[in-house]
Design a protein around this ligand. Sequence first.
Ligand SMILES: [Zn+2]
Length: 176
Amino acid sequence: MSTFTRKHIAYHEAGHAAANLLLDHNPSIATIAPRGDTLGRVEQLDGDMFSVEGVTNLIVALYAGAEAQKLYEPKVDLLTVALGAHSDDEEADEYLRLLDCDEASLHAHASELLQANWSLVERIAAELMAHVTLNGDELDILLDIHRGDATDEDLTHYRAISARARARPLSTGRQR
Ligand SMILES: [Zn+2]
């Protein structure tokens, strides 16, 4: 896979991840590791399908993938780097039926949210390029860094602790 494509996937997933963080959807993973026919994914734990605002936010988070790609490289033809925006649109269409709202304004909403927090999108994209997968804790720390509530040392410290925990798993108490 070319670096060009990989960067686009990273910005696409960073767009979803940043929007989900900013909308309090508690993303649990962001990855650019391909699986099946998907080139990357973001999963979130929260989100509200039962209010207009909640459904609006779910759609905004879905559109944020393609919007981040457009902001990253406005001249690129999205059709040439489809990257799963098609399935995002299909899912968004399901939600759109629940709303009396036009699609264009929600695309604009997603774009504005990302523009206002572009350094967060860029940071997540760079972290995805470097680490491939980010867990929910790492994403939370990146949001805190973006808001000035945490530092890069906090992220480094978290990663050192989790690497140590992986290398020496805690005893499960199993006896032989
Ligand atoms: Zn997507």
